[in-house]
Design a protein around this ligand. Sequence first.
Ligand code: AP5
Ligand code: MG
Length: 182
Amino acid sequence: MKQRLLFLGPPGAGKGTQAERLAASCGLLHLSTGDLLRAEVAAGTDLGREAEAVMARGELVSDGLVLAIVRSRLEGHSGGWLLDGFPRNLVQAEALNTLLEDLDQQIELVVLMELDDDLLIQRLLGRGRADDNEAVIRHRLEVYRQQTEPLISYYRQRQLLEAIEASGSVEAIAERILVLVG
Ligand code: AP5
Ligand code: MG
C-alpha cells in the first residue's frame, strides 16, 4: 500500500472529504494546508492574520508561509502522509522535492480528482465556508487553472499521477482511490 500521497484537484473536488477517510483508515498523517491555515486564522496568530484576507479573496497565501507549515509537520514524522491542497504551484512542488530529499522520502502517488465546474460550484455553495460565495469560488477556480493545473503535467512526467472521476457517492469515489493506493 502506498504511504506518501498527494491529493490534487480543483476546489470542491472532494480532496478533504476523501483524504480524511483514507488517512483514518490507513493511519496516515493528513495535512490539509487549507485546514491548517484556517486554524491559524481562528486562533488569531500572526500567521493567521497574514493569511485571512488572502484566503477570503480566494488567492494563494505566500509560498514561504505555507512551506513553513508543511515543513514543521513533516519533519520528525516517520510514518506515511497524505498532503491535501499542497503543493499548489510549481514553486511549492519544487520546494516539496527539496524538503523530501532532506528527509530521504519520496512521493509515491499523486491522485488527481476531476469534476465538472458546475458540480464543483454546486457542492461549494452547499457547504458555505467563509470563502464559498460564487464570486470567490470562481476566482479560486481561475487560480487553480493558472497556478495549480501545471502540476498535472509536472507529476505526469514523473509518472506519479493517476486521475479519477470525482463524481458519484463519497463511497464510490473512495473505492476508486483505494484501487490506486493498492
Ligand atoms: P483549501 O482549503 O485547500 O480549499 P480548496 O482547494 O478551495 O478546496 P476545498 O477545501 O474547498 O475543496 P475540497 O476539494 O477539499 O472538497 P471537500 O472535500 O471540502 O484552500 C482554501 C484557501 O487556503 C485557498 O484559497 C488559499 O487561500 C489557501 N491555501 C490553502 N492551501 C494553500 C497552499 N498550498 N498555498 C497557498 N495557499 C493555500 O468537499 C467540498 C464539499 O462537497 C463539501 O461540502 C463536501 O461535503 C461535499 N462533497 C464531497 N464529496 C462529495 C460527493 N461525492 N458528493 C457530494 N458532495 C460531496
Ligand atoms: Mg479541502
